[in-house]
Write a protein that binds this ligand. Structure first.
Ligand code: ARG
Length: 593
């Protein structure tokens, strides 16, 4: 069986390391020059773009080289011999075009079919990462922003996990703060026997929150009791702890309904977890001379920001920033994470930039421009809009119930599936369970894909009609494309497992070569999506894969052709890569549609 330690890395990484050897041989004195290798569609498969930059470094220093082109020539000539590269050519000011060996491409695909797609997992330099995502607030609305965070964060976690990174999936729920005083007091008031009351009886926590807030604003003695309740809760008084726990549990079971549907796993370490460690953090920051007094609060002044970061409020209480600084310290020091990734709407960008900057000042992190580990990143995303271009809401109520939203996606996808099967007379081939599971995979997949395919920073319009279309760049279309490839392999009546072992892949037709080249780029796409924290890069790759496959399938007969074995293997490799893409995007593949 395959050992992850034996991975070869992406093709781009392998080409880059050959270029690196050449650069070292050609310019022994410039050992720190990084290879610049890019995918090239027109001239060859990859292009090395180091020559011009090197030329500007060495010209006028009595170098033997005459111009950038001669630098490119030397880089090409000094590439170590390798089975990967078939030929090179040098163009213009030293661009080195690199052609991969077609035999090597065939072999790489064939090896993947035999040893599994995990052999194509990229090699990343990070060993352990925290992905802080979803993170809704107890007793408050879990809104579409949290849905986006859940979907994007889960995909990032999946891509890192696939790349053999140890991922700590953290749900940083807002489960602490002064609002709990009022919630607890309201619980006592409305449910005197609250300890024995079932969670359902308490009902909708958002309504509960609103009602308690109203009480708090309207009734001075309630307000007073609520404020005392905070003190008792923070002092650890058992009854108040228990009430707090109950309120958290009710919220948690609501959140879990969403996570279950989305098949997302998270480990909850909410704000309350870090609370006991905050005084230590503040002490450390104070001892380091970072904390100053300002208008009664304790703050950190940071370069480049016109407001200071408040770390202790006027009333002596802690806040979002003191909790985040403490959580960061914990993740770096106790959990030894090298990369800490936070997924929230872009509206919180300033908060993240400010406490990152404070952490750098405290010496917990190297300067940002060094691009070293440990590293922190804020993965911001845009708004979800309704068809009216305004912030997305359902028709019936002012807030969107996420569970209902997901259920609607499934209901709609099921209706469409049934309609289509009735139209083409194949509904009798389907069991109820198959219908149900397919509708679910396609419906939830559609919601996720509609979110992930956009660059996360842009706002996007939530539209069931759009996302459930079976044409264009949608999950439905891609699910169809995958199921169709599976059916080609099935209809051949060949035992694909045997072919994987005994068959060979030949790439004589240009469309076979184009498809094969796209397949072997899978690893570098995942690598890029991870390094830049951009899931849409993987969606784009997946969509292109289906288009490139179509081109191949249009021009290359598969079944009963002389090249049948090789082409079936290309079909199988395409389906395998598509399935891994689905999996990384958190979408269940379907095999029959
Ligand atoms: N609870 C916050 C919200 O709903 C998100 C928390 C994000 N994570 C963090 N470490 N600040 O906006």
């Amino acid at each position: 069986s395959f050992n992850m330690a034996d991975r070869t890395g992406s093709v781009k990484q392998q080409v880059a390391s050959l270029v690196k050897s050449s650069l070292q041989a050609t310019f022994p004195d410039l050992s720190d020059v990084e290879p610049q290798v890019a995918i090239s569609a027109k001239f060859g498969d990859y292009q090395c773009n180091n020559a011009m930059g090197l030329w500007s470094k060495i010209k006028g220093s009595g170098t033997e080289f005459k111009n950038p082109n001669s630098v490119g020539q030397a880089i090409a000539k000094n590439l170590p011999p390798s089975e990967i590269i078939e030929s090179t050519s040098v163009a213009g000011p030293g661009f080195v075009n690199i052609n991969l060996s077609t035999n090597w491409i065939s072999k790489r695909i064939k090896d993947m079919l035999v040893d599994g797609i995990q052999t194509w997992a990229p090699i990343l330099s990070v060993k352990r990462a925290v992905v802080d995502f979803s993170s809704p607030n107890i007793a408050k609305e879990m809104h579409v922003g949290h849905l986006r965070s859940t979907i994007i964060g889960d995909t990032l976690a999946r891509m890192f996990e696939f790349s053999d990174v140890d991922v700590l999936r953290r749900n940083h729920v807002g489960d602490w703060g002064t609002q709990f005083g009022m919630l607890i007091e309201y619980l006592f008031e409305q449910f005197p026997n609250w300890e024995d009351v079932g969670n359902q009886a308490i009902g909708d926590l958002q309504e509960f929150y609103k009602a308690s807030k109203k009480r708090f604003d309207d009734d001075a003695s309630f307000k007073e009791r609520a404020q005392q309740a905070v003190v008792k809760l923070q002092g650890g008084e058992a009854k108040y702890r228990a009430a707090w726990k109950k309120i958290c549990e009710i919220s948690r079971s609501e959140f879990d309904l969403v996570y279950e549907r989305l098949n997302v796993h998270l480990e909850e370490k909410g704000e309350s977890f870090y609370n006991p460690y905050i005084p230590d953090t503040i002490k450390e920051l104070t001892d380091k001379g970072l904390v100053e007094e300002s208008e009664g609060a304790r703050v950190i002044f940071l370069e480049g920001f016109n407001i200071p970061l408040i770390v202790v409020k006027k009333d002596g209480g802690y806040n979002y920033a003191s909790t985040d600084l403490t959580a960061l310290k914990y993740r770096l020091q106790m959990e030894q994470a090298e990369w800490i990734i936070y997924v929230t709407d872009v509206g919180q960008q300033q908060h993240f930039e400010m406490f990152f900057s404070a952490a750098r000042k405290a010496g917990w992190l190297p300067p940002a421009e060094e691009k070293k580990f440990p590293r922190v990143s804020h993965v911001g995303f845009g708004l979800v809009l309704g068809s009216d271009g305004k912030r997305f809401r359902t028709r019936s109520s002012e807030i969107v119930r996420l569970v209902e939203l997901l259920d609607e996606a499934k209901t709609r996808s099921k209706a469409e599936l049934i309609q289509r099967l009735e139209n083409n007379g194949t509904i009798s081939d389907w069991t109820d369970e198959e219908l149900e599971q397919t509708a679910e995979a396609v419906g939830y997949g559609a919601v996720k894909y509609a979110d992930l395919k956009n660059n996360r920073l842009t706002n996007y319009v939530f539209s069931f009609d759009q996302m459930l279309k079976n044409q264009g760049n949608t999950a439905v279309y891609l699910e169809y494309a995958h199921a169709r490839i599976c059916s080609i392999v099935r209809r051949s009546n060949k035992d694909i497992e045997t072919l994987k072992k005994t068959g060979t892949i030949t790439l004589d037709h240009p469309d076979e070569r184009v498809l094969a080249r796209h397949l072997i780029q899978f690893a570098e796409v995942v690598e890029e999506a991870c390094n830049n924290l951009l899931p849409n890069v993987l969606c784009e790759y997946l969509y292109n894969l289906s288009e490139i496959f179509n081109q191949f399938y249009t021009n290359c007969r598969v079944i009963d052709s002389p090249e049948e074995t090789s082409r079936l293997l290309l079909c199988e490799a395409t389906a395998t890569v598509m399935r891994k893409c689905f999996e990384l995007l958190g979408i269940k593949p379907v095999f029959k549609l």
